[in-house]
Design a binder for this molecule. Sequence first.
Ligand SMILES: NCCC[C@H](NC(=O)CCC(=O)O)C(=O)O
Length: 435
Amino acid sequence: MTYSEYNFDGLIGPTHNYAGLSFGNLASANNAGAASNPREAALQGLGKMREAMALGLGQGFLPPHDRPHLKTLRALGFTGTDRQIIEKAAVIEPQLLANCYAASPMWTANAGTVAPSPDTADGKVHFTAANLAANFHRSIEADTTARVLSHIFHDAQYFVHHEPLPGAMHFGDEGAANHGRLCENHGDKAVHLFVYGEDGETFPARQKLRASEAVARNHQLGSAQCVFVKQSAAALDAGAFHNDVVGVANGRVLFLHEDSFADRDAAYAAIREKAPFVEIVEATSKAVSLEDCIKTYLFNSQLLTLPGGEMALLLPAESEENPRVKAFLEETLAKNNPINRVIYKNVRESMRNGGGPACLRLRVVLSEAEASAVNANFILNEKKITQLEGWVKNHYRDRVVPDDLRDPEFMDESFAAMQALTDILAMGAFYDFQR
Ligand SMILES: NCCC[C@H](NC(=O)CCC(=O)O)C(=O)O
């Protein structure tokens, strides 16, 4: 059977804005209150998807969520018509309103964790939507994300869905952003690398060990297939709120910063024991500081196996602009390792909220039969991506500032866009605002 990796990118929603909501995420804090450009953001995201398609890779997408999330505002005691809810929240709880307006479901690496069928005891593809309990604006994504995943991967013959983990931060789970899969070929039974954190001096850890263990149990992974590694407090405190800011795994390659893990040597030994084929490609602090990693998101790149077998890194443009990072990448290409191509893409609108190319995608390895059971409305081809670009151009603003969130007109526009999208994708009355 042939297995391929599909990247499901988040289609960036019409309310993309900079509200400074994520403590520990330096870009989010530094750009709080700045003007965003949702139209450009969504087109940059689609541009990245086009790049992966041009490389011959399978590309899907997950739709944005309905924002502002009125269901949350109603649950928190705001009453009246939709417009009245916005007007009241804008006066009484502007920060809460901003939380309910976040377009953060765009970062689908946090949508959930996936275990492909070669890895699981029952031979099915398992999904656990992330509870994203660490941040309020993200925690309200979990229900809709679970609904989206079950909608797209609907066929129970192939796909199993687990509810987001209960218990909020006790089982804080941020999905695939702290998870990597190591194997010689996508279709092999793989070793799963789960990275968890403990609070640093400055910033809190979002992913709990007990959550990673629960996901591994849900996904029916054997203990010989799982490695649980603690991230370093230094990386966390430097701004690596998700481990995918300092490392990425693909196939047999683990590409990372040497200060990613709390105990580097023990972590590498544990990984090598279960995945002896692993090739670790590392940046030393001397070559690239953690600060440069966080600024450029060098490791938040997509490490892609191309149809010919070579590997390419799809990096944010910020990595090309930093001379030390660029030199490290050139050195990496010249060395004897499977990475032999770099591609830089502009995803600046997302980067300014702390999300690079890897944050914007959820990887799902599928057999041919599984791929043909996926809801085809969410797999891209030239016609579909052109249609989505047209939808963005019709419905999105090119400038959003914090005060715009107070204006019910902006809500109406966002819902009109979402209504049009559900029509394009034949989703029916899918979102809370349509029910
Ligand atoms: N994987 C990348 C996630 C980035 C995301 N940023 C945000 O939610 C920022 C939103 C804002 O501040 O407006 C986060 O921190 O979880």
